[in-house]
Design a protein around this ligand. Structure first.
Ligand SMILES: NC(=O)c1ccc[n+]([C@@H]2O[C@H](COP(=O)([O-])OP(=O)(O)OC[C@H]3O[C@@H](n4cnc5c(N)ncnc54)[C@H](OP(=O)(O)O)[C@@H]3O)[C@@H](O)[C@H]2O)c1
Length: 310
């Protein structure tokens, strides 16, 4: 009952094979060594047999004693044995060694891949726990606040219009300045169409472009992903990534975001073709508002409004 539990070996099949082959190799070298010793003793014995004991004393070939031929023949055998073990590696060739090395490398690579996959799984778990938490709870807890904040930033008309023909409908320079200021040095997550509406990537921001196209080509530095989950994953080290549009992406990000920075343009744009989802007051609480009148630089009056998830 108190006996030591029998240990099961933790060596796997490949490792066992390597050990067995190493043992075989040692045996080969040992046999060669024994052969060498036996050859030396044998050679001396042949010499003594012929010269001292007089065995076959008169048997000569081309005037040379027979034992010289016998020793040379044996020497040939010994050299052949030596060459097999050390030079041609007949039993365990260089190919075999390379094969073993490749297998070891492949095995290590497999382990590295598994570790990486586990790491990604763990990271995803963190994202999955954080994000749906914000979806499920309508109350923003302190715990959520300490996690990554996901902010939607948008400019929308009174009827939630945000764009037409893959472009903005207005030009409001103070709104652009605010956008620039808030998103500076952050990840900006956007749909492929919004990205293509820019003449070029915006400076000092990390662009994350969502597309279903597997081979979508974007300029260097732009991160291309195939889903919202991957976009959030790409931005996971950012404490406040921004969802910057357009309509399709806003719709998918609404349940995930913790904050909305909206520039409410106080005009109704009937000819728009893209819209922002309705902001539900039971989910979102207005926490700040700054109003800006129309002027020579701004064709429309607008308000900067911040909403936080209740
Ligand atoms: N007023 C504002 O603040 C504001 C801000 C941004 C944009 N906009 C406007 O919004 C309009 C563009 O919005 P939009 O709705 O047409 O397009 P969008 O949301 O910018 O991009 C849509 C594209 O994103 C990709 N996508 C969407 N969901 C995806 C998913 N779950 N997985 C993988 N890929 C996904 C698809 O790309 P693929 O087709 O390549 O698969 C889809 O065609 C433009 O008029 C723009 O000017 C306005």
């Amino acid at each position: 009952m108190f006996g030591k539990k029998k240990q099961t070996p933790s060596i796997d099949k490949d490792q066992l094979e390597l050990i067995e082959n190493a043992q075989k190799r040692i045996k080969q070298k040992k046999r060669l060594y024994i052969h060498f010793v036996v050859f030396l003793i044998g050679a001396v014995f042949l010499i003594i047999a012929n010269t001292v004991l007089g065995i076959g004393e008169d048997f000569k070939i081309a005037g040379i004693n027979w034992f010289v031929y016998a020793i040379l023949a044996w020497l040939f055998l010994f050299i052949y044995h030596f060459v097999n073990v050390f030079i041609t590696n007949k039993f365990m060739s260089k190919d075999w060694e390379k094969q073993q090395l490749d297998r070891l490398v492949a095995k290590q690579q497999q382990r590295i891949n598994k570790l990486e996959a586990d790491l990604i799984k763990d990271d995803n778990k963190i994202v999955k726990v954080e994000v749906p938490e914000k979806v499920k709870t309508t109350t923003k807890t302190t715990e959520n606040k300490s996690n990554t904040e996901l902010t939607i930033i948008v400019a929308a008309g009174e009827n939630n219009a945000i764009g037409k023909d893959n472009n903005l409908i207005w030009h409001l320079s103070d709104d652009l300045k605010r956008f620039k200021h808030l998103t500076d040095a952050h990840h900006i997550i956007m749909g492929r169409k919004t990205f293509e509406s820019f003449p070029k990537p915006l400076p000092n921001r990390i662009h994350v472009v969502i597309t279903r196209q597997k081979d979508y080509k974007a300029p260097e530095g732009v991160i291309v992903v195939n889903s919202m989950t991957d976009a959030l994953d790409a931005a996971r080290k950012d404490d406040n990534p921004f969802i910057i549009g357009g309509g399709e992406i806003y719709k998918q990000a609404m349940p995930l975001a913790s904050k909305i920075e909206i520039t409410r343009v106080h005009t109704t744009f009937d000819d728009a073709d893209t819209f922002f989802p309705k902001i539900n007051d039971s989910v979102w609480a207005e926490v700040s508002r700054t109003t800006h009148g129309a002027d020579e630089k701004h064709a429309h009056a607008f308000s900067f409004i911040t909403y936080e998830r209740r």
